[in-house]
Design a protein around this ligand. Structure first.
Ligand code: FCB
Length: 439
């Protein structure tokens, strides 16, 4: 029998997720200032086809229509992020017009009985703060604290579910080491400093949250991947354990236990890297849940020539348009693992796939996405049945949008966006979800 909503606990919520820079557009309107992603995407060679978020889905002007779509599908919740450079000028001067957009967005969601989940930081640092050192600036966590406090004060009366950071692993390692995301640095020592400052920013935000929003819940969203050795040999097996600690623990352990994972830290120090470890008491402020972004697994091979001692190997499972293997069981494994290690409530804050979507006669027949979602829903349900305190599931993403370094070439939405006309079309997966939610 096909899976249906009523198989899940009664208070389980289903939603979709988005991020400000990926959908809003209106980059020069109402006092918004540039973020690191505006500058990065306008720099030749950084984003596929030199695309950018200048217009994106024009959600800034079309949010009412977008909420109507969520309503029509029957979604319970919506996870979105705030653009820091829309609400604060020069890192500290309040921009009322920017705040007003989020006030209107929240009110419209509540009017439609859709519960807002807000992410404070989804990768779009104000460029002004980047010029002051960005995530390498020792004071950046305090700037973030002030920004967070302003948002809590403005929206905390109506919004009760909060996420400090989205995938700080990507902000630090893709942004400061691999150089594939803004700000595009390639310095491994910087990446560890950025990572630590991101964690401090998280902790400071949680601390002020408790003073301002007494009846709310707050957590952090990390990307997790099932890490598996490429081959059945001791070297791959050992390095996979380290990579697992590094990918799935570096931003979890400090938040809960106040320290970095031991083995991975030991290896990194042996490699000569400096790992900052101050302020762990701030970093480990109690949180209410972990957000889990799950897409795929990683096959790991020992590689002494790589600065981190490993490389990725291509797997044999069917892949999405991103080249990511489809591996639903990994979702179950990771939920179980997070539950056992940290014991906190969990939300899947992102899961979904990019597909070869084509609009033909106003229809997108994305049967592969239905299959993907159905299989991942089943694994989530199995996790709940096996004792995991999983409370909700957000599909990435509501509508096709600006997929960072991939520009508009990858379509992840359950709603198709025709970027020329900005017309939205519910894909078959959205109609399937609507049916699923009604049962
Ligand atoms: C996640 C990001 C999200 C989106 C998906 C595909 O890592 O948080 O913004 O790009 O990947």
């Amino acid at each position: 029998m096909a899976i249906k909503r009523s198989d899940f606990p009664e208070d389980f919520i289903f939603g979709t997720a988005t991020a400000a820079y990926q959908i809003e557009g209106a980059v020069n309107e109402d006092g918004r200032e540039p973020s690191i992603w505006d500058v990065f995407s306008h720099t030749p060679g950084k984003v596929k086809n030199m695309e950018n978020g200048d217009i994106a889905c024009d959600h800034y002007h079309r949010y009412i229509e977008d909420i109507e779509i969520m309503k029509e599908i029957g979604l319970d919740a919506y996870r979105f992020s705030i653009s820091w450079s829309r609400v604060l000028s020069k890192g500290k001067i309040k921009n009322e017009k920017g705040l007003d957009f989020y006030n209107r967005l929240v009110d419209e969601l509540l009017k439609n009985n859709i519960t807002p989940f807000i992410t404070l930081y989804h990768w779009d640092l104000p460029y002004y703060l980047y010029e002051k050192g960005g995530w390498l600036n020792p004071d950046i966590a305090l700037y973030f604290q002030d920004y967070a406090a302003l948002i809590f004060e403005t929206l905390g009366d109506r919004v009760k579910n909060w996420i400090t950071l989205n995938e700080p692993w990507c902000s630090s390692f893709l942004g400061y080491f691999m150089g594939t995301h803004a700000p595009g640095h390639k310095n491994i020592n910087e990446a560890f400093i950025a990572a630590h400052n991101l964690l401090k920013a998280h902790g400071h935000a949680v601390k002020v949250f408790r003073e301002i929003v007494k009846d709310g819940k707050i957590g952090i969203t990390n990307v997790v991947s099932k890490i598996e050795p490429a081959q059945e040999n001791e070297e791959d097996f050992q390095v996979a354990i380290l990579v697992d600690e590094f990918v799935n623990g570096w931003f979890h352990d400090p938040v809960v236990f106040g320290k970095y994972p031991e083995n991975a830290k030991g290896l990194l120090k042996q490699l000569g890297l400096k790992i900052p470890e101050d302020d762990m008491d701030i970093i480990s402020q109690p949180i209410d849940f972990f957000g889990v972004n799950y897409y795929s697994r990683q096959l790991i091979k020992y590689d002494p020539y790589n600065p981190l001692m490993y490389k990725h190997v291509e797997g044999e499972l069917p892949k999405t348009e991103m080249g990511w293997e489809i591996y639903p069981k990994g979702l179950y494994d990771m939920l179980k693992k997070l539950h056992q290690r940290y014991g906190l409530p969990l939300y899947i804050t992102e899961n979904g796939m990019a597909g070869p979507d084509k609009l033909i006669n106003n229809i997108v027949n994305d049967h592969y996405r239905i299959d993907y979602l159905e299989k991942h829903f089943q694994q989530a349900l199995l996790a709940i049945k096996n004792g995991v305190n999983l409370k909700g599931y957000f599909i990435w993403t509501l509508m096709d949008n600006f997929e960072w370094a991939e520009g508009y070439s990858k379509r992840f939405g359950i709603v198709y966006v025709d970027y020329k006309t900005q017309k939205r079309y519910l894909k078959k997966s959205a109609l399937w979800l609507k049916e699923f939610l009604s049962k």
